[in-house]
Write a protein that binds this ligand. Structure first.
Ligand code: ES4
Ligand code: ZN
Length: 326
C-alpha cells in the first residue's frame, strides 16, 4: 500500500487537539452568519491568508478572535462534529479534546453551553464512527491562577465527564509554577494533568511541569532536547510527549519541516506521539502530520507504528481500553 493509505488505516489516538483550533474558515463564516457576528474578513481566502505566523502569540491573537463566532451549544456541537468526521477519515479511533472554557466564559457564554455542545458531539461520534473521546479542560496561562480556580469550580457539575486539566496559551512568562495550586486541586478531584511545556518556553518549564505539577503528560516538549539530563529523565520515566510537527513549523518552533526532531526524539527513547494541535490553523490534520515527518525525516513504517502505539499507551483511556487497542 502507498504511504497515505498506510497512515490512514493505522489506528491512532489524537492526544493534542484544541477543539477551538479545528474551526475551519468555512464554518467560521457560517457561524458568523447564523449568530449575526461581525468578523474582520471578507472571504474564506482572506481568513486563510491571515494564517501566517512567526510565533505563538501571533497565532493566539487570531485564534481567540476566531472563537468569537461560537455562541451556542449547537455551535460547539457542529465544530466538534466537523472535527470528528474529519479525524475518522484519518484513522483516529480515540480523541482527547482540549477546550478553553475561559475563551468563552469571558465573553459571557455559559460554561454549560460550551461543554454540553461538546459532549453531545462526543456521543454522536461514538455512534456514528465508533470513536471514543474525552475532554481536557485547559486553563489559559496568561490569566491568573485565581481565574483558573474559578474555571475549575464552574466545571464541578461535569467533573465525571472531564478526564484531565491542561495548561495552554502564551507560554513564556507564564511558567507552570504559577498554576501549581490549581493543578493540585484538580488532582485531588481525580483528574489527570497535562501542560504545554517546552514549545517556546525553556527546559526549566518542563522541569517545573514534572517537579511542581507532577504532570501525566507533556504537551510539545521540544525544548527538553536542549537538556540531555532532562531528555534522559523523560525517556527513563516513559513520559508521553504530544508532539505537533505542522504546528511547530507554522509557529516557527522549527524553520523547516526537514529540521523536525521527531526521529531524534524516538532515538533518545522518548515516548513521542504525533498530533495536529490546531489543524484549521496549521494546515493539516493528524494524517498530514504523520506524512509530513515520514517524508521529511525518512521515518519507516515501524516508526509510524511505534508513534501510533505510543498514542494509545499515552492516552487517558482506562488500562483495559488501552490493551484493546494494542
Ligand atoms: C495552542 Cl499551539 C498552542 N500553544 C499554546 N496554546 C495553545 N492554544 C491553542 N493552541
Ligand atoms: Zn497545543
Amino acid at each position: 500500500t502507498d504511504l497515505d493509505t498506510f497512515i490512514a488505516r493505522l489506528p491512532k489516538a489524537e492526544l493534542h487537539l484544541h477543539i477551538e483550533g479545528s474551526l475551519e474558515p468555512e464554518l467560521m463564516f457560517e457561524l458568523a452568519r447564523r449568530n449575526q457576528v461581525e468578523i474582520p474578513y471578507a472571504s474564506v481566502e482572506e481568513v486563510r491568508a491571515a494564517y501566517a505566523f512567526t510565533r505563538l502569540q501571533d497565532f493566539l491573537d487570531i485564534y481567540y478572535a476566531g472563537a468569537n463566532v461560537l455562541r451556542t451549544r449547537r455551535d460547539f456541537h457542529d465544530m466538534a462534529m466537523a472535527y470528528f468526521d474529519r479525524a475518522a477519515r484519518d484513522g483516529v479511533v480515540h480523541a482527547e479534546l482540549m477546550f478553553d472554557p475561559q475563551t468563552h466564559t469571558d465573553r459571557g457564554i455559559p460554561f454549560a453551553e460550551v461543554i454540553e455542545g461538546l459532549l453531545s458531539a462526543m456521543e454522536e461520534a461514538r455512534t456514528k464512527h465508533g470513536m471514543t473521546s474525552c475532554l481536557i479542560l485547559s486553563f489559559l496561562r496568561h490569566l491568573s491562577e485565581e481565574a483558573a480556580f474559578e474555571t475549575l469550580a464552574a466545571a464541578e457539575p461535569w467533573l465525571d465527564r472531564i478526564a484531565a486539566v491542561g495548561l495552554d496559551s502564551s507560554e513564556v512568562g507564564h511558567p507552570p509554577i504559577k498554576f501549581a495550586q490549581v493543578f493540585a486541586a484538580a488532582r485531588e478531584k481525580g483528574l489527570k494533568l497535562t501542560a504545554h511545556a517546552g514549545e517556546e518556553g525553556p527546559p526549566e518549564y518542563v522541569y517545573q511541569a514534572l517537579d511542581l505539577i507532577d504532570v501525566d503528560r507533556i504537551d510539545h516538549g521540544n525544548r527538553a532536547l536542549e537538556d540531555p539530563v532532562l531528555t534522559r529523565r523523560l525517556a527513563d520515566s516513559g513520559m508521553t510527549l504530544t508532539v505537533c510537527p505542522l504546528s511547530n513549523l507554522k509557529l516557527c518552533v522549527i524553520d523547516d519541516i526537514v529540521q523536525h526532531p521527531i526521529d531524534a526524539m524516538l532515538k533518545a527513547g522518548l515516548k513521542a506521539t504525533l498530533n495536529s494541535d490546531d489543524p484549521a490553523y496549521f494546515g493539516g490534520y493528524i494524517a498530514d502530520n504523520y506524512r509530513a515527518v515520514a517524508e521529511a525525516r525518512g521515518l519507516g513504517r515501524e516508526d509510524l507504528v511505534t508513534l501510533a502505539r505510543n498514542s494509545f499507551t499515552g492516552s487517558f483511556l482506562p488500562e483495559e481500553d488501552i490493551a484493546r487497542h494494542l
